[in-house]
Design a protein around this ligand. Structure first.
Ligand SMILES: O=P(O)(O)OC[C@H]1O[C@H](OP(=O)(O)OP(=O)(O)O)[C@H](O)[C@@H]1O
Ligand SMILES: O=c1cc[nH]c(=O)[nH]1
Ligand SMILES: [Mg+2]
Length: 208
């Protein structure tokens, strides 16, 4: 299964609070981060572990640790930054790879403006974070960028996704796993997700 709609009660409750008209910037930020944490928990359930012997309080003990190079979190500017702290709560030593893209509001096409990726992308799992997956153009461009850098293990965390965008991303990249708090009804004529959250970037940055 490539698209996971997380039905956990805490996720659904918090997402419901985010949809309330007139929510404060602080309230929206806090909830975006908290849902980011919960989606991270779900998206990392099957990470590979390896045995590792440490010097414990009563002598040697074999424990487990995450296998492989450190995960890289990939926030898509700007709005992805609103989930970053929440993801880092659970993966505090992750490397951060920043991708800057905005969606041209006339054409709805993604316009790239920044890219600074971690080293050794071919050896890392990437966790891409953005609150909104609408037409899917921004996510598609980001995944293309990560794959061009050699990344082969990509998971996506979004608060809300539109079916149209999910289809576009999964058709182009069937290997990518997507975790979302909600698959909403669809896009309106301006490319906004309905019922959605409105403009997530503006709500996180207080720029309405
Ligand atoms: O699926 P798409 O149709 O590409 O739309 C989704 C993108 O739009 C929003 O960003 P926006 O372009 O508003 O930039 P911002 O985060 O700087 O506000 C959102 O955070 C996604 O990145
Ligand atoms: O509904 C949408 C679509 C794109 N970007 C947003 O912030 N919200
Ligand atoms: Mg925006």
């Amino acid at each position: 299964m490539r698209v996971h709609e997380i039905k956990h009660p805490l996720v659904q409750h918090k997402l419901g609070l985010m949809r309330v008209e007139g929510i404060s910037t602080k309230g929206f930020r806090t909830l975006a981060s908290e849902v980011g944490t919960l989606l991270t928990y779900e998206a990392t359930k099957d990470l590979a572990l390896e045995d590792h012997t440490i010097n414990g309080w009563a002598g040697d003990v074999t424990v487990q640790r995450l296998k492989g190079k450190k995960i890289t979190i990939v926030p898509i500017l700007r709005a992805g930054l609103g989930m970053l702290d929440g993801v880092m709560e659970l993966i505090p030593s992750a490397r951060i790879s920043v991708v800057g893209l905005y969606r041209d509001e006339e054409t709805l096409e993604p316009v790239p403006y920044f890219q600074k990726l971690a080293k050794n992308m071919d050896e890392r799992m990437a966790l891409v974070v953005d609150p909104m997956l609408a037409t899917g153009g921004s996510m598609l461009a980001t995944i293309d960028m990560l794959k061009a850098a050699g990344c082969q293990n990509i998971r996506v965390l979004v608060l809300v996704a539109a079916p149209e965008g999910l289809k576009k991303v999964t058709d182009a990249h069937p290997d990518v796993e997507i975790f979302t708090a909600s698959i909403d009804e669809g896009l309106n004529d301006k490319g906004y997700i309905m019922p959605g959250l409105g403009d997530a970037g503006d709500k996180i940055f207080g720029t309405t």
